[in-house]
Write a protein that binds this ligand. Structure first.
Ligand SMILES: Cc1cc2nc3c(=O)[nH]c(=O)nc-3n(C[C@H](O)[C@H](O)[C@H](O)COP(=O)(O)OP(=O)(O)OC[C@H]3O[C@@H](n4cnc5c(N)ncnc54)[C@H](O)[C@@H]3O)c2cc1C
Length: 300
């Protein structure tokens, strides 16, 4: 069996890892430079900044055991009894996908199903052929943009799933030490101030702010963020810091789909991701595990 997985976030990378362990041929397609998705880590000189997911606090034993294995492999660290983190979130996905073929910088734009085989076409109109099973791990709006024939098992529309956006601003460099974090955390519309270390921090704006501005470009967003910060720190000068702005348009699931995965046995496709049944990494993990456990015989 030749399986194509679209999206190398947690769900796609974990799926690839599990299927590879069953000796199944897997190709993981990712539109960005490498695995990450919302578990992204951005690098600038000596700085590594997680500007999406920051860590996990498992609620179920299965995911806790998975996290403990990552600790034993030296990929993540443990803090307190139930919190796992790393300053390089995407290393988790690099670790999971290390033995599979990852097709980076490949934005899948369309999918054709012909004679029981899938043909995937990328942004350069290059075709990838010969797949007899496809698994999508991307947001519902992007699945619908690919091919409107993808339905669910019970025909509930994918469009019923909704998301909150998250605007983030990362600041790094020696000047970060001098920032007044107490005043910064009093910022209106701040969801979270994530201090990663003495020299780097990330501001996550709340849904009210992020949803309102989620159609703007980063170039337009950044001055708006600066204005907000100057309300609590009047002398804030962004030029003193290494910085970048990011918009997670599909940041957190607001209304999930309501089933752990979607599977069409006849057409050999499935959909797994956090938004099927939740909003965090553990939900993506559960989506993949439930799908694979329910259909073990398919992947022998
Ligand atoms: C700011 C922020 C903070 C968060 N904090 C936490 C936290 O502390 N703890 C926690 O558990 N969760 C957190 N989350 C949620 C967590 O990041 C997600 O639940 C998880 O990463 C989802 O993984 P996924 O694989 O389902 O989706 P994604 O990570 O979104 O992966 C989808 C991948 O598909 C790729 N892609 C999309 N379309 C295409 C295409 N057409 N062709 C090829 N590739 C494509 C994307 O580039 C992406 O890599 C946070 C999310 C955000 C935004």
């Amino acid at each position: 069996m030749n399986v194509a997985i679209i999206g190398a976030g947690f769900a796609g990378s974990y799926l690839a890892h599990r299927l590879h362990k069953k000796n199944i041929n897997v190709t993981l397609f990712e539109k960005s430079r490498g695995p990450g998705g919302r578990m992204a880590t951005r690098r600038d000189n000596s700085f590594q900044i997680n500007h999406g997911c920051m860590g996990f606090s498992p609620s179920k034993l299965g995911f806790k055991v998975f996290c403990e294995d990552l600790v034993n492999d030296g990929i993540i660290n443990k803090k307190d009894n139930n919190h796992y983190y790393t300053n390089q979130m995407n290393s988790v996905l690099k670790h999971l996908s290390k033995d599979v073929h990852v097709q980076n910088k490949t934005h899948i734009k369309s999918i054709k199903y012909l004679n029981a085989e899938y043909i995937l076409r990328d942004q350069n109109n290059k075709d990838y052929e010969g797949f007899n099973f496809i698994i999508m791990t991307i947001p519902p709006a992007q699945i619908l943009a690919l091919n409107s024939n993808f339905k669910s098992t019970n025909n509930a529309p994918l469009s019923k799933v909704t998301f909150d956006s998250v605007v983030t601003l990362a600041l790094y460099g020696s000047e970060v030490k001098n920032l007044d974090k107490v005043r910064l955390s009093s910022l209106k519309n701040l969801a979270k101030l994530s201090i990663q270390n003495e020299e780097s921090l990330v501001l996550h704006m709340n849904a009210a702010f992020s949803n309102e501005y989620n159609n703007l470009t980063k170039k337009v967003l950044e001055p708006l963020l600066i204005q907000e910060i100057q309300k609590v720190l009047p002398h804030f000068n962004i030029q003193k810091y290494g910085h970048f702005t990011h918009l997670w348009k599909y940041g957190f699931t607001k209304k999930p789909y309501g089933e752990p995965y979607i599977y069409d046995e006849e057409k050999n496709y499935a959909i797994c991701a956090d938004w099927l049944n939740g909003k965090n990494v553990e939900d993506a993990y559960t989506s993949v595990n439930t799908f694979l456990n329910d259909h073990t015989s398919k992947f022998i």
